[in-house]
Design a protein around this ligand. Sequence first.
Ligand code: ZN
Length: 260
Amino acid sequence: MAIATTVKPVVIIDGLSSSGSSSVANRVAETLDLERFSGGQLYRQLCSEKGFCPKDRNAPDFEEKFVIFAREIIPKHPEFDSTIDNKFLDLVRNATKPLLAEGRVTAALVTKYNIPVIVKVWITASLAERVKRYKLKHANTGAGQYTDEQLTKIISQKDQLDRERYLRIYNVDIFKPELYNDIVLDTTGQTLDQSYYQLINDPIFREKIKKLFDFYPDYGTSIVRWKCLECGYVYEGFVPIHMCPRCGNIDPDKFADLAQ
Ligand SMILES: [Zn+2]
């Protein structure tokens, strides 16, 4: 029997822009079968509603425009932050599964509203690494034309803006994530796979994630290891999967149980 709870507990994976936090969060959500909340996605959607043209995202001077928008337009809309809070609370209230929240400071949101939290993770990477990842991600857009020097300056400016913003609205300092997170994971020089495996094998993470099973007894207590016989993908997670996340194989006969 599931324990009756009105609010689902939340797993937090936050990080600075281009730190790799959303990629790691996607993998963890898939492994643990969690519902997703993306603070960044909601933020971008709200910016568009306040007049920031989505087409500008492909312009060569996109980041400069965005910094100006963040500095000059957002402060004129105090309802901006409360909208983010309310959408998050709605999701928490209506979630059918535990939630994985990912953004810049969703950790501050759960604290502010006393929402039960499983674990709070902060993903970080050096500025040079974040510049490299930004370039890879935006290689095919106008923003991919920035030089390393330009990007270093832009990303630092955005960090500073974010820092001021979150100090003001949530009273947390994103330059000191160790003060309000359980785990701070530096992914500099790592591939996504390496970061993901480092996190799910982190002793603190492994210990804290067990709390999920108090809320969801049908979640396994040990990690399931299944190999997809179609593509060779090895799945490791607390809940059985029905579809290979890599190739989409759904034939139960084409999975091998590596734990046996
Ligand atoms: Zn597969």
